[in-house]
Ligand binder design. Structure first.
Ligand code: ADP
Length: 414
């Protein structure tokens, strides 16, 4: 089946076209036919369109909204310009898979979208007012373009974490707020954590219920997950993606009373403080320079910039603290797995995070660590390390495509 994967944000859409099916998944033989990104939707949008084996096309186009962007993607995918031999008309696209950020407590798995499912996704808007509306617009746009008969599947960032036990997902607030408003830890990046856990078990040749690992996703957003017996048992993001690790522009953990303190001292509204924590904090806030880890590392090395060095230290320290706490929570783990743009590419950051963990037997092989970048996959630990350390590139789009096929074909999935 040819699956169009859509990841719709408020002004950005990422997409991929993946050829896959049940037997293809088993053989790990899926094929990426095309991918692309459209940024700055709402005005003069920037397009990057990339068909398999051809150079990326970069152009601009006036795109009013998500509906027109999905329309443009569809036309390009079917066009002579993209020249995808498997896809000549709209009917060659067999299903659409959507990333949906928040599935609340309702969704523990991916689901074929019908009117009932759609209204349940709408019910989750209050939990993710910044994300779910764009995901829903993407679903509506695809329905309009492809017709109601084309299967669409929603794949939730939160679903993998629905196995968290009560003691891990409840905040120590008066219990009635959980009952009344469902205030609890949901966790995000679930598709990424689930994908790398799946790759890990393939690489090690072990069954799902023997996967006891800590997965660390370090991209622009960052999160850590404790996976025991194949299931997520704790994760660092919370009711929203703000909690946990230090991220590109998000603060991660902090004392909640800082909100009121800052609002009073700086004369800001609660909304302004919230935006400060989400958009101006983290690596960007500490360094005062950039949210981008590659640029920060360059500043630290080339200019010895004090605050760039500080931002990197705080970032690594927080990850190390989470690894320690999850090891205690899980009663030990077999491996630590790094993924995401930083986790996949930066030997230095992986090294810095693991530096403080020798006491518990974590030892990297420095040469291996240096070679595993740019999409490479495998272990980076020394032979005598008592905990394995892996680098596994994430592929959320592939998992969305696979879930779409499995949901459409009615095959259960984990
Ligand atoms: P997103 O979370 O938006 O998908 P990515 O997973 O692509 O983002 O991660 C982006 C981050 O990865 C940026 O901070 C970028 O600087 C960082 N990154 C990419 N390559 C490297 C590298 N070679 N060294 C250090 N950081 C890198």
């Amino acid at each position: 089946m040819n699956i169009l994967v859509l990841n719709c944000g408020s002004s950005t859409i990422k997409f991929q076209v993946v050829e896959t099916d049940i037997e293809t998944i088993e053989r790990n033989d899926d094929r990426k036919l095309a991918r692309g990104v459209i940024e700055r939707i709402g005005g003069e949008a920037i397009l990057s369109l990339n068909a398999e084996g051809r150079p990326a096309q970069r152009t601009t186009a006036q795109l009013r909204d998500i509906r027109s962007a999905v329309g443009l993607i569809t036309r390009w995918v079917c066009s002579k310009e993209s020249d995808i031999s498997q896809i000549k008309t709209v009917s060659d696209i067999h299903a659409v898979g959507h990333r949906v950020v928040h599935g609340g407590e309702r969704f523990t798995q991916s689901a074929v979208v019908n009117d009932e499912i759609l209204s349940e996704i709408e019910d989750c808007i209050e939990l993710a007012p910044l994300h779910n509306p764009a995901n829903i617009k993407g679903i509506m746009a695809a329905r309009e373009i492809f017709g109601a008969g084309l299967p669409q599947v929603a794949v939730f960032d939160t679903a993998f974490h629905q196995t968290l036990p009560e003691h891990a997902y409840l905040y120590a607030l008066p219990y009635q707020y959980y009952r009344r408003h469902k205030v609890r830890r949901y966790g995000f990046h679930g598709t990424s954590h689930r994908y790398v856990a799946y790759r890990y078990r393939l690489l090690r040749g072990i069954p799902r219920d023997q996967v006891n690992i800590i997965t660390i996703h370090l991209g622009n957003g960052c999160s850590a997950t404790a996976i025991k017996g194949g299931n997520s048992m704790d994760t660092s993001m919370g009711l929203t993606p703000l909690e946990g690790l230090v991220m590109g522009t998000r603060s991660g953990d902090l004392d909640p009373l800082i909100l009121e303190f800052l609002a009073t001292k700086e004369g800001m509204s609660l909304t302004e403080v919230e935006s400060l924590l989400n958009k101006q904090s983290g690596l960007l806030g500490i360094s005062g320079l950039t949210h981008d880890m590659r640029e920060l590392l360059a500043e630290a090395h080339e200019n010895n910039d004090r605050r760039a060095i500080l931002a990197i230290s705080i970032f690594c320290y927080r990850v190390r603290k989470y690894i320690g706490s999850y090891l205690a929570a899980m009663g030990g783990a077999d491996a630590i797995v790094f993924t995401g743009g930083i986790g996949e590419n930066s030997a230095e950051i992986r090294g810095r995070i693991c530096e403080g963990l020798e006491w518990m037997g974590v030892r990297l092989n420095p040469d291996l660590n240096l070679t595993l970048t740019g999409g490479a996959e495998g272990p980076v630990n020394a032979e005598d390390s008592s905990v394995a350390v892996y680098v596994i590139p994430t592929d959320e789009e592939l998992l969305i495509a696979r879930d779409t096929v499995r949901c459409v074909r009615g095959v259960p999935h984990h």
